[in-house]
Write a protein that binds this ligand. Structure first.
Ligand code: CU
Length: 106
């Protein structure tokens, strides 16, 4: 009688054994969905005389790491740069423009 009971208990404990660690997502996707910190930098660019000037500036600024968007209007001289200030500074953006031979004023 005792033996039967013991066997039953053993069976029960075996049944509750863990099947090992369940698979868990190795990548935390939550971080990827967070929008990046973005700031808008508005600059007055001097020296532009035609559309290719604006295109060249747009290309140089967009190439910078941390810049997400850049719009340059050669007629008004206005440049609007969307960027992550943690990755690229306003000074670095201005430098990329002045390096091309244009002047920059906030
Ligand atoms: Cu030009």
């Amino acid at each position: 009688m005792r033996h039967v009971l013991l066997a039953a208990r053993l069976g029960l404990s075996l049944g509750t054994l863990s099947l090992g660690t369940a698979c868990a997502p190795s990548v935390d996707h939550a971080g990827n969905h967070a929008p990046p910190a973005e700031a808008t930098l508005e600059l007055q660019v001097g020296g532009m005389h035609c559309e290719p000037c604006a295109v060249a500036i747009t290309a140089a600024v967009t190439k910078l790491d941390g810049v997400t968007a850049c719009e340059v209007d050669h007629a008004s001289g206005r440049a609007v740069v969307r960027h992550d200030p943690a990755r690229v500074s306003a000074a670095a953006i201005s430098a990329a423009i002045t390096k091309l031979g244009y002047t920059v004023a906030g």
